[in-house]
Write a protein that binds this ligand. Structure first.
Ligand code: F6P
Length: 345
């Protein structure tokens, strides 16, 4: 074999030995004694692959237009939002493991295998940051898997989710320069990238650890006139010149939560969407944005907070409730919390 042919043969051999998402979730879920979680992850990842394909075509197929309806938060829905929602619902249903789904695109929970022994409730944002689509920048999907404490018919999904079910898995798919899939079952966080040629997510970021502190921050500074003093002081602090403490930090804000979070998870820093005068309870949804990604960031050694309490201690009050949110590197999130407490006395 010549050099080129042998390099190609090595490359092919390496990809057949690569850790696929399916191999990975099968092993991790078995270790946890919950093998069916692997089936669920495979279905969620399959949905993400289909949505990734649709987002690439969306401008060509007219899916970027609004269709005159609104989602649970009152945002105008695009055809792609509705399609992505349907894709996720169909895949979750096909797993046979999901009793009901809460989605940003649905006002009420959708019942699935509700009369069976289905163990899980899934909360999701099928397309986060769809406002970025026309500009051709990143967006993604976010999911949280909650384990039911009851078995059999789900008579009151809201009651189960708000008072009983525990978060056992969380993650996201990022539709950017590459399609990424990052998930946790609670012990570790692993990141995959879609190899388009073989249609598989392959492990590229094993055991992600969020750096203790970082040099970047993501917050919509265009809303600073609406912030409380502690948030303003914190951002001024990040902007100050102090080379010995690594400041100023670099501002990066994409308008898609998980695109910003993905960078912070890998490189360190902090994402914040604080309470402001227009959003006194913050903007991000607890059950399908803040809680699952907070769980993921904390599993990776980072911290997730409302600014005044750990995100996993924020009481669940309704399916689409919002919360102020700061998450990322431990030192940066602790510093943010101190600024908020300091300013409020
Ligand atoms: O899900 C809410 C969301 O779209 C996030 O993805 C994003 O970070 C944020 O809202 C953007 O909101 P704003 O335009 O107010 O900064």
């Amino acid at each position: 074999m010549n050099d080129v042919a042998s390099q190609r043969a090595d490359q092919v051999a390496r990809s057949s030995l690569a850790t696929t998402l399916h191999r990975h979730t099968t092993a991790r879920a078995a270790e946890r004694g919950a093998p069916r979680l692997a089936v669920l992850m495979t279905e969620i990842a399959f949905a993400a692959k289909v949505v990734a394909r649709e987002t690439r075509q969306a401008a060509l197929t007219g899916q970027l237009e609004t269709i005159g309806s609104a989602n649970a938060s009152g945002d105008a829905q695009k055809a792609l939002d509705v399609m992505a929602n349907r894709i996720f619902l169909d895949c979750l249903d096909a797993s046979g493991l999901v009793a009901a789904v809460v989605s940003e695109e649905l006002k009420e929970a959708e019942l699935q295998q509700c009369d069976s022994e289905a163990e899980y409730l899934v909360c999701l944002d099928p397309i986060d940051g769809s406002g970025n689509l026309k500009a051709g920048t990143s967006m993604g999907s976010i999911f949280g898997v909650y384990h039911r404490t009851r078995s059999g018919s789900c008579t009151d999904v809201e009651q189960e989710l708000l008072n009983e079910a525990s978060l056992v898995a969380g993650g996201y798919a990022l539709y950017g320069a590459a399609t990424a899939f990052v998930y946790t079952l609670g012990e570790r966080v692993d990141g995959f990238v879609l190899d388009q040629g073989i249609g598989e997510f392959l492990l590229v970021h094993p055991d992600i650890r969020c750096p203790e502190s970082g040099g970047g921050y993501s917050i919509n500074t265009g809303r600073s006139h609406l912030w409380e003093p502690g948030v303003l002081d914190f951002v001024r602090h990040l902007d100050e010149l102090s080379p010995e403490t690594g400041r100023p930090y670099t501002l990066r804000y994409s308008g898609a939560f998980m695109a910003d979070l993905h960078r912070i998870l890998l490189e360190g820093g902090i994402y914040c969407y604080p309470a402001d005068r227009d959003h006194p309870e913050g903007k991000l949804r607890l059950l399908y944005e803040a809680a699952p990604l907070g769980f993921l960031v904390e599993t990776a050694g980072g911290r997730a907070s409302s600014g005044r309490a750990p995100i996993n201690e924020v009481p669940r009050r309704s399916l689409h409730q919002t919360t102020p949110l700061a998450l990322g590197s431990v030192k940066d999130v602790v510093s943010y919390e101190q600024y908020l407490v300091g300013a409020s006395g």
